[in-house]
Every structure is written in C-alpha cells, then in structure tokens.
Design a protein around this ligand. Sequence first.
Ligand code: CDP
Length: 225
Amino acid sequence: MEAPPLTIAIDGPAASGKSTVGERLAKALGYLFFDTGVMYRAVTWVALQRLGSVEDEAAVTRLAEVVQIDVQPPSQNDGRQADVWVDGDDVTWAIRRPEVDQWVSRVAAYPGVRQAMTQQQRRIGLRGKVVMIGRDITTVVLPEAEAKIYLDASVEERARRRYLERKARGEEVNYEEILESLRQRDYLDSTREVAPLRVAPDAIVVNTDGLSVDEVVQKILAQIN
Ligand code: CDP
C-alpha cells in the first residue's frame, strides 16, 4: 500500500458528516483532527457575549484578532470531539447553541475574521499528518492538500442528522427549525464574497445520502490510498 496523503482536506455544507467522518479518518491514520468550524463558532460566541451582537464588523474583527482560541484533546468523556477554550473558558458546548448557529455564517463572511482564522489554520495544516475540515480548506486554506474531499448530502438528510444529534444530547429540538437554519447557512456560506463554499476542481465528491459512517470512511480510504 502506498503511504497515505499527509494532509487531507474536507469541505462540505453544514451537517454533511464532515466531523464524524473526519474524526474516524484521523484515528485510522493516526493524524490530528482539526475542525475549523469551531474557530468561527468561538469568535461568534465571544462576540455575542462581549458585544451583545455580531453587527459591528470592525469590533468583531478586532475580537477575532486578539482572542485566544485553543483546541485541545477532549478532557471529558461527554461526547465532545475536542475541548474548545476561549481566553481560558471552556466553550465546547456553548458554541453549539442555536444562537451561535444563527449568527456564525454572518461572522464567517467578515473578511478580517477569515484572514485571522485562515492564518492559524494554515500554520497547523502545513505541519502535515492532519485531517482538516471546513468550508474553504480545499480551496483557500490548504489548496495544496494531497487529498481533497467534498462531502455532500441532501438538506433533508442533513437536517435529520442534526435533529438526532441534538435530541441525543437531551436538547429540545424542532425538525423544521433545523431545516430552515441549515438552508439559511448553506445560502450564506456559498454566496459570500470571500472563500465561499464550493467544490474544488480536483476534489473527490462523496454524496453520503443513505450511506453509513463506516461506508463513507471506507469509500474515502479506498479513494485516497
Ligand atoms: O458543524 P456544522 O457543519 O454545522 O458547521 P461548522 O463546520 O461548525 O461551521 C459553522 C460555520 O462556520 C459555517 O456555517 C461557516 O459559516 C463557518 N465556517 C467557515 O466559513 N469556514 C470554515 N473553514 C469552517 C466554518
């Protein structure tokens, strides 16, 4: 068998399975798993906390430039993939709240915020042995990645997955609301001017509708080896 690619970049719309599949791939290869979405979520959370809203682009950008976001291996066995710390506070679950879902795509469209996040992500990616997931990893953050995957699924299937995920965490959930929120985020993420979500010309597109996590992981491993 050939050596696996050193950097694996995975993009795709919200809830397409990137984090579950990415984590499994990283484990299988002994690589670092890095979910870049948590960084945009962390900035959004801090902005809501400290500024009360995300409206002021200049203020949010300044925050993104100075805030210390730290992603560490999970310290607790409560279903988290990683610890996410912001200036010393554990925000791992806070950044999954609906108000963050509601505002994160707005924050992620601010060019200054993207610049601050992209620099940090690129530095980590260039060390190699990493599976990095997001919206612009294959196109902007690590265009030189040896393996590029675009994970997709229908919006209904993605809403169903997110619904089950939240329900399993004991949250109150409404399928229609989740569906609407995903549609809105898809729209904002793919129409923004800087680093929109799109399929890189050399990416392998994997549609995960009706496939189990195992099947998706096997499919990707078969493609990249
Ligand atoms: O987990 P889910 O698919 O719901 O979203 P996420 O990966 O945590 O990303 C949350 C939001 O951050 C996305 O909707 C994008 O607006 C933004 N994002 C981005 O712009 N670029 C990335 N590389 C990762 C996330």
